[in-house]
Design a protein around this ligand. Structure first.
Ligand SMILES: N[C@@H](CCC(=O)N[C@@H](CS)C(=O)NCC(=O)O)C(=O)O
Length: 264
């Protein structure tokens, strides 16, 4: 039995839901409202001491870290393979999944918080906001989160994150100019790993960031047309949160544009 602790707007959880859908696997969900702080509940911390989603439970065994979960699901179950069989394309696939873990995900958090999540969190009292921040077990993320919530676009790491995405989208476009998918001619875990991040920018109304990149636009259309996309990205995202992210994102776009226009 597969159980997934997840949240509707979590890019990392969406990455895992994409693999589950691509492999046609049955699973049971445990929905944690990460904006309300349910990831900090002591019982959940026993499963995932970093207080983040997703967490997979397979027949009672706990597996954390979204990229590891995705590889595990591909290794443990038959069905559509999402890792290339040959060594070179497999290495290329891992280049992208490593990039997602080390650079793309740390950049999406500030962009998402300052554009939308901070507004939801700031509806609480000052003491409740402080408590929410203090409950994050990771001191580095705790301090960065404090900046995103209280300082918004003035937080020191936001500009760097926006410029990172600008650069990433160009790199993806250049690769996709000569391949149908990120690692070659077949859809792999590299494509599913990047999908929630491009979709995040799209949902926030930042698609102008890649309007000149037509290879990337073609890739995103292909990704969106896969049967896995809608259930993995939107089925678990509550309508009010989706609308909130969309409208807050639209309001944030001029700030993002300003950062893009003043790159140096
Ligand atoms: N490296 C972790 C990162 C997980 C992560 O950052 N999850 C976010 C959602 S995408 C989260 O749970 N955030 C909780 C919070 O912001 O307090 C993974 O890949 O699983």
């Amino acid at each position: 039995m597969l159980e997934l602790y997840h949240h509707g707007s979590s890019v990392c959880a969406a990455k895992v839901r994409l693999i589950l859908a691509e492999k046609n696997l049955e699973w049971t969900g445990h929905y944690l409202d990460i904006l309300a702080g349910e990831q900090f509940n002591p019982d959940y911390l026993k499963l995932n001491p970093k207080a983040v989603v997703p967490t997979l439970i397979h027949d009672g065994e706990v597996i954390t870290e979204s990229t590891i979960i995705c590889e595990y699901l591909d290794d443990a179950f038959t069905g559509h393979p999402l890792k290339p069989a040959e060594a070179l394309p497999r290495a290329r696939m891992r280049y992208w999944t490593k990039l997602v873990d080390e650079e793309v995900h740390p950049a999406v958090r500030p962009v998402t918080y300052v554009s939308t999540h901070r507004h939801t969190i700031l509806k609480r009292s000052q003491a409740e906001v402080e408590e929410h921040i203090e409950r994050d077990p990771d001191p580095m993320w705790r301090e960065r989160k404090r900046g995103w919530i209280f300082d918004g676009f003035d937080a020191p790491d936001v500009r760097q994150a926006v410029l990172f995405f600008d650069h990433l989208l160009k790199r993806m476009d250049a690769i996709l100019a000569s391949h149908e998918w990120l690692t070659g001619n077949t859809y792999t875990m590299a494509d599913s790993a990047l999908t929630p991040y491009v979709n995040r920018l799209d949902m926030l109304g930042f698609a102008d960031m890649w309007s000149p990149h037509h290879h990337l636009r073609r890739w995103f259309d292909q990704v969106r047309n896969r049967p896995s996309f809608e259930p993995a990205l939107f089925q678990y995202l509550p309508e009010d949160l989706r609308n909130d992210m969309r409208s807050r994102g639209r309001q944030a776009w001029p700030e993002v544009k300003k950062l893009l226009d003043n790159k140096t």
